[in-house]
Write a protein that binds this ligand. Structure first.
Ligand SMILES: NC(=O)c1ccc[n+]([C@@H]2O[C@H](COP(=O)([O-])OP(=O)(O)OC[C@H]3O[C@@H](n4cnc5c(N)ncnc54)[C@H](OP(=O)(O)O)[C@@H]3O)[C@@H](O)[C@H]2O)c1
Length: 242
């Protein structure tokens, strides 16, 4: 399978790049050219054909990036969006620009990938896979902006799954709980915050980037071709058990 992976240079995306590149051809992207080149040149990622700089909060950047990816891969079967950002502050402490930035990175990115990805997938079908959050389902303090943005990601997946179903394009989302990645280092580096967060997860532990590999492989697999419009919670029970 030929996969475009955005947000491949850190955390969950990096783990997906490492694992998916064993059996698929990948084109990777993020805003960090050095990290992309390091991964492309790394012999242990042999099936990462190439990569490109992309800022998924900017539509023009997405369009150019996907054209590059199509040229490198020849054909695109799946587009995965692991880009995201985290802002944990109550609305009364936020500036308008902070909110816009979170929505551009987490929400506009998915809409942009659908807008410009459609032409690459429409002839033979394929998959879009987005990252939502457990915070879209459970009320967590100070999560208003990110839970609103990630709730939008799940809603976008639902509507797009319907819109593009006639083209055999499936659209799904994965909703993580707290995962130990660079994005969450402020939480995980504090013993107190880490303990507090750990206890909120029914399984009493936070997630690791590699926890997402099996579900991503499964959702992209052709044998899963009857799964669309779903948000799958991979969250240690954060959103549904006590
Ligand atoms: N970790 C968690 O606890 C958690 C919980 C719920 C949901 N999620 C979601 O899961 C996904 C992966 O999270 P993660 O923890 O692996 O994050 P991460 O470690 O911060 O990695 C994010 C990746 O996205 C890239 N990125 C960020 N903004 C971008 C932009 N505007 N354009 C292009 N690339 C961009 C980053 O590279 P550059 O910065 O170099 O561009 C990096 O490669 C995100 O959507 C996140 O919101 C994570």
């Amino acid at each position: 399978m030929n996969i475009v992976l955005v947000g491949a240079t850190s955390g969950i995306g990096h783990s997906l790049a490492e694992n998916l590149s064993r059996n698929n051809k990948l084109f990777i992207g993020s805003r960090n050219e050095t990290k992309i080149n390091d991964m492309v040149d790394n012999p242990s990622f042999s099936n990462i054909l190439d990569g490109g700089v992309v800022d998924v909060s900017e539509f023009d950047s997405i369009e150019d990036f996907l054209d590059l990816a199509r040229n490198a891969l020849g054909k695109i079967d799946a587009i995965i969006n692991c880009a995201g950002s985290l802002l944990l502050r109550p609305p009364h402490m936020l500036k308008e620009d902070d909110i816009l930035s979170v929505y551009k990175t987490n929400v506009f990115s998915c809409l942009g990938l659908l807008k410009y990805g459609f032409k690459h997938l429409k002839d033979e079908g394929g998959s879009f896979l987005f990252f939502s959050s457990a915070a879209s389902k459970v009320g967590l303090k100070n999560h208003e902006v990110i839970s609103g943005a990630k709730g939008s990601v799940s809603s976008i997946a639902l509507s797009a799954a319907s819109t593009y179903s006639n083209y055999n394009i499936r659209v799904n989302a994965i909703a993580p709980g707290l995962v130990d990645t660079p994005m969450t280092s402020k939480i995980t580096s504090s013993k107190m915050s880490l303990e507090y967060s750990r206890k909120m997860h029914g399984l009493n532990r936070i997630g690791k980037p590699e926890n997402f590999v099996p579900i991503v492989e499964s959702l992209l697999n052709e044998k899963s071709n009857w799964i669309t419009g779903q948000t799958i919670f991979v969250d240690g029970g954060l959103s549904n058990i006590k």
